[in-house]
Write a protein that binds this ligand. Structure first.
Ligand code: MN3
Length: 252
């Protein structure tokens, strides 16, 4: 397995090497600040999503039978690679420096093109999605995240019902989300296409802890029209430790 590389972004990245490394090195804590536009926006981020694809941490068949190998391979090497390539083109065309955190671009997406919106969202969403899944996934949230889920939704089961409902009822293509929203309360919702809760023009806003791709390309080979079965299977590959870490970072 070898990810496709965007030669344009790669060159730009190398040209801006020290700045880009510095920006990546600052990664670590909450991206709530990027929503509020505070001076700490560049210091605190949960997922330092660069402009190029990062390698999958597992093989294409590692999530089977819940997500099959062919779906994973096509999804990663075609769909997600396409978003990364087109995002690379968009940031060149719109003169966005490679050391600008992608989260900052998303937070001001109303000032950019539709191409930036679709591909910046698409790239961020997929980079998050791959990291949320693991062949050792499953189980339930623990600790502070479990407490927050109970406080916000009443129970873990009520959260699952709400999240699955958001995923199943998103009409057409889009994403279901668990976010840290208003007053640091957890919320579930969905966005259309490749929109993301970090975007200023999203009608569902927050800091994404968990996102589920409900585009047909994410499940159709294995599940055909049965999106609810795919949504239910997702819990088996979800790595709650990653979600918990994002929650801890967002709560800092
Ligand atoms: Mn997808």
């Amino acid at each position: 397995m070898k990810p496709l590389e965007n030669p344009i972004s790669r060159r730009s990245f190398l040209a801006n090497g020290s700045k880009a490394s510095l920006a990546l090195g600052l990664a670590g804590t909450g991206i709530l600040s990027s929503m509020t536009g505070s001076a700490n926006a560049k210091e605190n981020r949960i997922l330092p999503t660069g402009y190029t694809q990062t390698p999958l941490a597992y093989s294409y068949d590692a999530l089977a039978p819940h997500i099959d190998a062919m779906t994973m391979e096509i999804h990663y090497t075609k769909h997600a690679a396409g978003y990364a390539k087109n995002l690379g083109d968009a940031i060149t065309e719109e003169k966005v420096a490679m050391n600008t955190p992608l989260e900052d671009v998303l937070a001001k997406i109303s000032g950019y093109s539709t191409k930036m919106r679709n591909n910046g969202g698409g790239h961020y969403n997929h980079e998050l999605f791959w990291k949320l899944m693991s062949p050792n996934g499953g189980g339930k949230p623990e600790g502070a995240l479990a407490d927050a889920i109970n406080a916000s939704f009443g129970s873990y089961d009520a959260f699952v019902t709400a999240f699955e409902n958001a995923a199943k009822t998103r009409f057409g293509s889009g994403w279901a989300w668990l976010v840290v929203g208003e007053n640091k309360k957890l919320a579930v919702g969905s966005t259309a296409n490749q929109d993301n809760p970090l975007m200023d023009l999203s009608d569902f806003k927050g800091v994404p802890l968990l996102g589920l791709d409900v585009w047909e390309h994410a499940y159709y080979l294995n599940y055909q029209n049965k999106r609810p079965d795919y949504v239910s299977a997702f819990w088996n590959v979800l790595d709650w430790k990653v979600v918990a870490q994002r929650f801890a970072d967002a709560s800092r």
